[in-house]
Design a protein around this ligand. Structure first.
Ligand SMILES: [Zn+2]
Ligand SMILES: [Zn+2]
Length: 418
């Protein structure tokens, strides 16, 4: 493993440096494609791997980011630079066998990396070069793993059968990217889908096989629009969007009472108003809902819409709700399949737990549902490791030795599916 391990770590650090958030993974995507091409892959990218994209950043943010990065490539990058990020690598052995899809998410978080001197990325010179973008969830490790697995499969090509599809998915944070990739139809004939995550709920050195407890979730942007007025002279002709949003935020937080299972709601952002002496006519909120199953999340969403409508009505303001992300629940797994995989990993000396709960949301569930709906099977792994700080924290880091554990697990599982 020595040499290979060092290579994976170097890749992880290379991608950590160029952290880019969802739909802005321009440099990241171009780098990934270059590596994949150098391994001899046919690579799909741009519009052909996407359907409808949700939760896109504003155009000026896309343009600004485009200007700050290096986009040198000897292939057409124009669609990538329009936010059709991510890539799918295909390896067809032209021998009978299953279609195996692997998925690695590639986006960073919208958080400024810590500049503490004792944060390892600073000590060892691989901190994010982009402001307000940091790999604080481990997706830099996922990219490195995807590329390392890709290189190895290409090397073993003459001993393999079937077809391999390595999906480098953008915009997992905010659960946005998977839906778009699924809509492209690329997963339709997949017999297996294998994916996973570093850290999360797994204990140190533990491999969780067959993760469950993925919560259904919806992400909404809410816009209230009223009418400005002089706050002293004639406030009565104003329509107050700030008050509508405030009452909305408070009432939304009363909605999560369900006897049938757990639910969550969070108002994460509320911005309103323009000046001290003007009746605020604009307000903006970012909220999310989660539910243990589809029914809970659906019912919660209905209630959310009632509260938004009622709040707007109270202050006679207009409102608009935009879907910014979402993912279905996933709560059970194909038992025989997962048991079989767990046995294989155990034989390799790994500490394996079956069916542990994620207790969060991950848009891989779009892909898992798609593959299972078509008769295929899917598995989601968690690779336990020591974390320097929790996920999404500006001092997040993981013990890089988990990369070799994950790499071995992926390869063992792939080989067992042939
Ligand atoms: Zn995350
Ligand atoms: Zn993540």
């Amino acid at each position: 493993m020595g040499n290979k391990y060092e290579k994976i770590v170097a890749l992880r650090r290379e991608f950590h440096r160029c952290a880019e958030t969802g739909w802005l993974e321009f440099e990241t995507t171009i780098k990934i494609i270059k590596y994949l091409m150098s391994f001899g892959y046919e690579v799909k990218y741009g519009k052909e791997i996407h359907g409808e994209r949700i939760g896109l950043p504003d155009n000026d943010i896309i343009e600004k980011h485009r200007d700050t990065i290096s986009t040198d490539a000897d292939f057409d990058v124009s669609e990538i630079l329009d936010g059709y990020t991510g890539a799918v690598a295909i390896l067809d052995t032209h021998r009978d066998g299953p279609v195996i899809a692997l998925r690695f998410d590639i986006d960073a978080n919208g958080i400024e990396e810590s500049n503490d001197k004792d944060h390892r990325a600073n000590m060892e010179g691989f901190a994010s070069k982009n402001p307000n973008a940091m790999h604080a969830c481990g997706h830099d490790g996922h990219i490195a793993l995807g590329l390392a697995v890709a290189e190895q499969l290409a090397k073993e090509k003459h001993h393999l059968s079937g077809k391999y599809m390595l999906i480098f998915q953008p915009a997992e944070e905010g659960v946005r990217g998977a839906k778009s990739i699924v809509e492209s139809g690329i997963l339709r004939d997949a017999d297996y889908l294998v994916s996973g995550h570093i850290g999360l709920g797994a204990e140190e050195n533990e491999v969780v096989c067959g993760t469950i407890g993925f919560l259904a979730t919806s992400k909404l942007d809410i816009y209230f629009e009223g009418k400005p007025a002089h706050a002293g002279a004639n406030p009565e002709i104003g329509k107050n969007a700030l008050l509508a949003a405030s009452i909305c935020a408070l009432n939304l937080h009363t909605l999560t009472q369900f006897g049938s299972g757990m639910s969550r709601l969070n108002v994460g952002i509320l911005k309103a108003g323009t000046a001290r002496n003007i009746v605020p006519h604009k307000a903006f909120m970012e909220i999310e809902t989660r539910g243990e199953n589809e029914d809970i999340n659906r019912l919660l969403l209905q209630k959310v819409h009632h509260v938004i409508e009622g709040s707007a009505k109270s202050f006679d303001v207009k409102y608009r709700v935009v879907e910014a992300g979402g993912a279905p629940a996933y709560n059970s797994y194909p038992e025989d399949f997962i048991d079989g995989l767990a046995e294989i990993l155990k034989k390799k000396g790994m500490k394996v737990t079956i069916g542990k709960s994620l207790g969060a949301s991950e848009d891989i569930t779009y892909m898992m549902n798609e593959v299972e709906k078509n008769g295929g099977k899917s598995v989601y792994l968690m690779f336990g490791t020591k974390l320097a700080a929790p996920h999404h924290n500006n001092r997040f880091d993981f013990d890089e030795s988990v990369l070799s554990l994950a790499y071995e697990a992926y390869l063992e599982i792939i080989r067992s599916l042939l």
